[in-house]
Ligand binder design. Structure first.
Ligand code: PMP
Length: 439
């Protein structure tokens, strides 16, 4: 494969991959907690692929379900038609939907990715406000350093300025100040205390723009892709209160935090704060067949579908509720249920945190953040080359059999939820040694 025309033909996503073809790292198969590289080496999956393979790789139940579905009904539209497996999957999801028994967001809209889930939730929020006679509410609020995918909506509410610089943005988006304050977070195990105070920033934006202009506020309960930023205590609770007070819909982007990553089915349940909409993808099908889902409260669903100013929402995809993706999703939920994976992390989170915090004091480590089965290890940037140190650690780890993810000078970890305690130790050993070696 190396240095073949095939590698030229593939336009790799993300320009950050520019250097990749000079020294490619290729994964050719996967089983359980491990990938196999093209040179035959076993690589411990410290990132569940891209935060998605929550039940581990090579699950036969999913493969069998996909094969059966392909042979039974390979495709069917959900435009003026339906098919039972989409209803069945939605019903199964509704049973475990975020929000707990009394407030479950049990209306499920299917998409094909996290980005599509985000853009869908934003469109639902705008259409809902309009349908209930709040048509002046057209503004969307995100958060600095939030990541919500690459659609124009997600990009606009996303908080990474460099990602959106060359593209036009939705009118009137604005961003909360972000939660990551190294001076206050450094080496705090769990959540620091200043959440309510930080969430008051939403009141600043309400005062600035007027509540009657704001449709929705979207945040990741725990920001993943931008370096594992954990909300300080009381933050999400206070956001909820402010949104409720001003008629603003609250959206949690749970593309990463959903499906057991924190030790509860969703971060919504983990934090005990219920938004109006939740976006998901990734773990929904264990990273197999691409799929996403938006969970909505009945109030939002009913308001939009039957509100006094009823409007048409032309939104959906050829592949919304794709039968093969639904089959993969149902088989995934079976595994999560049978193996108790949606709550398993509660048993190992303390060991995970303790092991990661053992890296404290290593060369150049300036912060360690953990929550559930997620960790962010932040290194001091090299003044001459920001990001280079963490990238070196990532390459070193991969060569010694551990897959990590880097974002700037932060190394992120999020292994499959089936991880054994010994493998947690293995991650810390390989990572610690790589950090020691990095210049
Ligand atoms: N939202 C969040 C919180 C994410 O982490 C991601 C992907 N990392 C997305 C949205 C976008 O998902 P996708 O790449 O499937 O479009």
């Amino acid at each position: 494969l190396r240095n073949t025309p095939a590698m030229d033909a593939f336009w790799m996503p993300f320009t950050a991959n520019r250097q990749f073809k000079a020294a490619p790292r290729l994964l050719v198969s996967a089983e359980g907690m491990h990938y196999t590289a093209d040179d035959g080496r076993s690589v411990l999956d410290g990132t569940a692929g891209l935060w998605c393979v929550n039940a581990g790789h090579g699950r036969r139940g999913i493969a069998a379900a996909v094969e059966r579905q392909l042979a039974t009904l390979d495709f069917a539209p959900t435009f003026q038609m339906g098919h039972p497996i989409a209803f069945e999957f939605a019903e199964r999801l509704a049973e475990i939907a975020p929000g707990g028994p009394d407030k479950r967001l049990d209306r499920v809209f299917f998409t094909n990715s996290g980005s599509e889930s985000v853009d869908t939730a934003l469109k639902i929020a705008l259409a809902y406000q309009r349908a209930i006679g709040q048509g002046t509410r057209t503004r969307l609020i995100g958060r600095e350093r939030g990541y919500h995918g690459v659609g124009f909506g997600g990009l606009s509410v996303g908080g990474i300025v460099s990602n959106r610089r060359v593209f036009p943005q939705l009118n009137g988006t604005d961003h909360l100040r972000h939660t990551h304050d190294p001076a206050r977070n450094a080496f705090v195990k769990g959540q620091p205390e200043h959440g309510a105070e930080l969430a008051e920033d939403l009141e600043r934006l309400v005062a600035l723009h007027g509540a009657e202009t704001i449709a929705a506020c979207i945040v990741e309960p725990v920001a993943g892709s931008t370096g594992v930023l954990i909300p300080p205590k009381g933050y999400l609770e206070r956001l909820r209160e402010i949104c409720t007070k001003h008629g603003i819909l609250l959206i949690f982007d749970e593309v990463i935090s959903g499906f057991g990553r924190l030790g509860a089915p969703f971060a919504t349940d983990f934090f005990g704060v219920v938004p109006d909409l939740v976006t998901s993808a990734k773990g929904l099908t264990n990273g197999t067949v691409p799929m996403g889902a938006v969970f909505a409260s009945r109030a939002v669903h009913d308001g939009l579908m039957h509100g006094p100013d009823g409007i048409e929402l032309f939104h959906g995809y050829t592949y919304s509720g794709h039968p093969v993706a639904c089959a993969a999703g149902i088989a995934t939920l079976d595994i999560y249920r049978d193996e108790g994976l949606l709550t398993r992390v509660t048993d190992i989170a303390d060991d995970w945190a303790a092991a990661m915090h053992d890296l404290r004091g290593r060369k150049n480590v300036i912060d360690i953040r953990t929550i559930g089965l997620i960790a962010g290890i932040e290194l001091a940037p090299r003044p001459d080359a920001p990001g280079k140190r963490a990238y070196e650690v990532f390459v070193d780890c991969f060569e010694r059999g551990l897959l990590t993810r880097v974002t700037g000078d932060i190394i992120a970890l999020s292994p499959p939820l089936i991880i054994e305690r010994g493998q947690i130790g293995e991650i810390v050993d390989v990572l610690g040694a790589a950090i020691d070696r990095a210049a």
